[in-house]
Design a protein around this ligand. Sequence first.
Ligand code: 5GP
Ligand code: ZN
Length: 112
Amino acid sequence: MNDCLFCKMVTGDITPDVVFENDEFLAFNDINPQAPIHVLIIPKRHISTLNDADDALLLGKLMQTAAQLAKQFGVAEAGYRTVINCNAHGGQAVYHLHVHLLAGRQMLWSPG
Ligand code: 5GP
Ligand code: ZN
């Protein structure tokens, strides 16, 4: 999609701080990190929200990529949090499906 921020990162029109890339996924550091490690993992194919994700294999690989990156960052054993925000009430700001990988500090549960 032409006006999608994360699609521009896939095409290289915007260059994020990439930490991982393969044929299907791109992962980069969040510009406004909420933890010592805050990585966004996106499918290269534009999918607006989790509601639009009809490819179970792709979703599975997306989550496996998050776990793989946690291992690479050395935080898998200590633990980490993965988050997918969906639509307005979910707090989604960028409408290209992404998983937040947050790690490096104790996460506190917050329903807000
Ligand atoms: P959402 O609220 O949609 O789940 O999260 C969007 C995330 O994208 C936010 O954590 C925000 O900091 C991040 N973000 C927004 N614009 C940019 C950008 O230009 N570059 C990077 N690396 N992250 C961004
Ligand atoms: Zn997109």
